[in-house]
Design a binder for this molecule. Structure first.
Ligand SMILES: [Zn+2]
Length: 506
């Protein structure tokens, strides 16, 4: 294409911007759910700009409007897999460029939006990145679905019938082995997330970090929280109610469905604000510098306060105060973690809990202030049971690879399958960390990277990785399967082998 490209003359900026902005709400099958990547470009604008750059500007000005209209249609998420629209775009690009697929190189591919859309538009795509996380994302977005994710027809014969079915082996294997990982992990550590006697399943465990009161005659442990809310909806308000017994702060649950919230109690007023803490026992104040120092000197602790429950027979969530038994189970998990950690360290030659320092992360990564509170390694971002869960899932993913090799799978293919399981694990790590807050308006568990930062949280919610609900392994597995299914449906590009650097390249 030697003439000016369409984008050099015109582009429906406003319309494509509006469509791209809406993409944030689209989740199922979208690559934003494969793995977090900062500043991943919207697919709509990536597709539209790529297309407009690959077709010539028409000589006839009347044609402009038709092309602009088509670009608007093309940029819509709902047309991502629309055969007619995509084929039309592919044909137009081919015709404008002497019938051969164009080669597109993205030297800074990042989250993969531009190479993915160039691929969708029928180009031979080369994506380059040097960040290993991005490389993994790109392989799972571009390479593996194209290489292994094709739907093929397969004849099934048994004693009763003979039929032809369509099968996507990659999708089937990611499904099968993800389920295998879940079952194996559950068998081993499921006991550390026991259900209540009435069948209620703990969805999450609510923790508060604590510091010792600095008043020498008091010395109580101060549970840190900005407020006491558990649920803060229009029709449901549930709060923790702290009271003092001796030198200990104890709790009751009050609000909708429980005892009434006492009139003189304000759930908005917790024990800490901007790192200044107030002791509920003696009223003593701990200033912000001292609070940070206590954390750095490892004098801070944490306390399991409450359990968030879901009973499969009813809707909505219930809350109860944590018991001795809850803590016993947690301590057992802690003990088992040390055992397992030593065993895996022996087997793998490295600490399975990441021990790399947090401080060395460059500032460009975002705001990281947790090390001010004595969290020095990446491993410190997880409590003992969270560590146990994550190293167990990691171990099972590695075992899945070994088992595939034993079953005679091709090595590169088995690597593709476990790469997707690695993505499931990464999603889980983002949800199963001690910086995850409980959203009291939605009564749901948030994730670490709500924004590009690792901000300190006084209280946090620990996920049940087997809850059967939002955020557990199964849920993350489903997200990955959805994206893989979408990516597998992008039609292949016929690419010639080699290449002699002819005029078709740009
Ligand atoms: Zn005190």
């Amino acid at each position: 294409m030697k003439d000016k490209s369409f984008i050099e003359e015109s582009f429906p900026v406003r319309e494509v911007s509006e469509i791209s902005a809406k993409e944030k709400n689209i989740r199922h099958g979208h690559i934003s759910t494969i793995h977090i990547w900062w500043t991943r470009k919207p697919l709509g604008s990536s597709r539209a700009t790529s297309y407009a750059a690959l077709i010539p500007a028409p000589k006839d000005v009347v044609e402009w409007d038709k092309i602009r209209q088509f670009i608007i249609e093309l940029s819509k998420w709902e047309n991502s897999l629309d055969h007619n629209t995509i084929e039309k775009a592919r044909k137009y690009i081919l015709n404008a460029n002497s019938g051969k697929p164009l080669r597109v190189l993205d030297p800074f591919s990042g989250g993969g939006s531009i190479p993915l859309e160039a691929l969708r538009l029928g180009c031979e795509v080369h994506a380059v990145e040097y960040n290993p996380v991005a490389v993994l994302i790109l392989k799972c977005t571009l390479e593996y679905p194209q290489k292994y994710g094709r739907t093929i027809k397969k004849e099934i014969k048994d004693d009763f019938l003979e039929k032809e079915v369509e099968i996507n082996h990659l999708l089937e294997d990611v499904k099968r082995w993800g389920e295998w990982v879940l079952e194996s992990a559950k068998k081993e550590i499921g006991k550390f997330y026991p259900a209540d006697e009435d069948g209620s399943i703990p969805v999450g465990y609510y923790w508060m970090r604590t510091i010792p009161c600095q008043n020498p005659v008091c010395g109580a442990d101060i549970p840190l929280t900005a407020n006491w809310w558990l649920a803060k909806k229009d029709n449901k308000k549930v709060s923790l109610y702290p009271y003092v017994e001796g030198k200990k702060v104890k709790f009751k649950i009050v609000g909708t469905g429980y005892e009434k919230i006492p009139a003189n109690f304000n759930p908005e007023k917790g024990t800490v604000s901007r790192a200044v803490a107030v002791c509920p026992v003696c009223g003593g104040v701990v200033d912000d510098d001292t609070t940070r120092k206590l954390f750095q000197q490892e004098k801070a602790g944490e306390r399991l306060i409450a359990v968030v429950l879901h009973n499969p027979k009813t809707t909505g969530k219930r809350y109860r105060i944590a018991t001795e038994k809850d803590m016993e189970v947690f301590k057992e998990a802690e003990k088992y973690l040390e055992e397992k950690r030593a065993k895996l360290m022996e087997e793998w030659g490295i600490d399975p809990v990441p021990d790399e320092p947090l401080k060395r992360v460059p500032v460009t990564f975002g705001v990281i202030n947790v090390w001010v509170y004595g969290m020095n390694t990446w491993g410190d971002l997880f409590n003992s049971r969270q560590k146990l869960a994550l190293i167990t899932f990691t171990e099972k993913v590695r075992m899945a690879y070994q088992k595939m090799i034993e079953e005679g799978y091709d090595k590169d293919y088995a690597k593709a399958v476990v790469s997707y399981l690695g993505l499931v694990l990464n999603r889980l790590a983002d949800k199963n960390a001690n910086l995850v807050v409980y959203n009291v308006v939605g009564e749901k568990i948030e994730h670490v990277f709500g924004r590009q930062a690792l901000p300190m949280t006084w209280d946090y919610i620990e996920l049940n990785v087997f809850s059967g609900g939002n955020g557990d392994w199964q849920a993350h597995h489903d997200w990955i399967l959805n994206v893989l299914s979408h990516l597998s449906q992008i039609p292949p590009v016929e690419v010639e082998d080699g290449g002699d650097g002819d005029e078709n390249e740009r």
